[in-house]
Design a protein around this ligand. Structure first.
Ligand SMILES: [Mn+2]
Length: 392
């Protein structure tokens, strides 16, 4: 037992409405992911001594009772197996409200539940022979600050505060901060700012962070601050990270390990329509690469084939993916339009003239590569003018 498993932002109970008929099964998958994670953590081969949940375990502060029962029963397996579990509320499942799940379940919550509105030691355990202490806070409106500060109990023994008469002695060993907030940036949501300088001053070795769903890792003092990312994405702009983060402290220094932990893939795939002569060519090419388990958005760009039909494309490809969406930013500029643009006394008109001349020159000497390059430049250039017009 020498490793910490650090997870965050599971957002259990999120409705995944964009998936239409697959929405309910996707929410179920997220709960099953937690069940798989716990199963993995209590497998002694994986050497996990403690599990830290860095906020937003639930999508809301009032998850429905069936979900709650299942999650609590699942998490209970961690302390039952002799491992430490620490859960801190996030901003989605905020502690502030009287009806918050964590206020309702304070006594029954498995393992350690963080309820302190100020940064304080919440759990101590041993990891590979090193004593470790976790410091945390449950953001509570009106009681917690908008910037993380070191209370006396959370200050480093080095700064002398713990040796003042009457002050409690700081627990020894490795210091870990478990926080749901924004690192070195002001938050836009109901949470707080965490400064790297504060973590360094507190002599922390590791900051187990949550809130930012995109994985990130940075250094402060002698420590590492890390956002593990969310295992199951909430959508195309928050696609999730299929890996677990493990932390150990060989020689007292933090060491990060990332273990692949497959979840359903969510991806955005760019498709340049300019590469296809006809709708049939386009459909055939996309059918060649099916992903029946994946949630896919096709981002269409470039000039459309003349017979292009987005609705037909969606219909024909639907069976090749778990869920398919089309985001159509493609351009429909027929040959007559190009000729018309060429006549315009504008920058755009000059650009079209220049590119068409290049195409013609390259055709005259039979340089097919130069023809293709000039055509591509014309398409991309017009697409760029188009995006300026659209205000992107
Ligand atoms: Mn979150």
């Amino acid at each position: 037992m020498r490793k910490i498993l650090h997870i965050a932002d599971l957002h259990l109970g999120f409705a995944h409405r964009y998936l239409d008929e697959h929405a309910a099964s996707r929410a179920e998958e997220a709960v099953q992911t937690l069940e798989r994670v716990v199963e993995w953590a209590i497998d002694s081969d994986h050497e996990v001594g403690a599990v830290l949940i860095a906020g937003d375990l639930f999508e809301t502060h009032e998850p429905d009772s069936q979900l709650l029962g299942r999650v609590m029963a699942t998490l209970k397996r961690i302390p039952t197996s002799g491992r430490t579990l620490v859960t801190v509320p996030g901003n989605h499942d905020e502690y502030s409200y009287p009806e918050s799940v964590y206020r309702q379940q304070t006594r029954n919550w498995p393992g350690v539940l963080v309820t302190s509105p100020t940064f304080a030691p919440v759990a101590t355990f041993e990891l590979g022979g090193h004593p470790c202490t976790v410091y945390s806070l449950a953001f509570t409106a009106g009681l917690s600050g908008k910037v993380l500060t070191l209370a006396e109990e959370a200050s480093s023994p080095k700064d002398g505060s713990a040796t003042r008469p009457g002050a409690a002695a700081s627990p020894p060993g490795i210091r870990i901060a478990l926080l749901h907030g924004t690192l070195d940036a002001d938050p836009t949501d109901r949470t707080y700012r965490i400064d790297s300088a504060t973590l360094a001053k507190g002599s922390f070795s590791y900051a187990a962070l949550g809130h930012i769903h995109k994985p990130a890792e940075s250094r402060f003092g002698d420590g590492i601050a890390l956002y593990p990312g969310t295992l199951n994405g909430k959508g195309f702009d928050d696609p999730g990270t299929p890996e677990l983060v493990l932390v150990s402290f060989p020689g007292g220094r933090p060491r990060i390990e990332r273990v692949p932990f497959p979840t359903r893939e969510i991806r955005t795939q760019k498709v340049d329509l300019g590469r296809y002569e006809t709708q049939e060519d386009l459909v055939t090419a996309l059918e060649r690469d099916p992903a029946p388990q994946a949630i896919v958005r096709l981002a269409l760009e470039g000039f459309r084939p003349e017979d292009f039909d987005a609705g037909e494309l969606l219909g024909r490809l639907a069976g090749s993916f778990h869920h398919l969406e089309i985001s159509d930013r493609s351009l429909e500029i027929p040959a007559e339009e190009i000729e018309r643009l060429e006549q315009q006394p504008t920058v755009k008109g000059l650009f079209v003239q220049l590119m068409r001349r290049r195409i013609a020159d390259a055709q005259a000497v039979g340089d097919q590569k130069a023809v293709a390059t000039a055509q591509l430049a014309l398409e991309h250039g017009l697409a760029a003018f188009e995006s300026v017009r659209r205000g992107h």
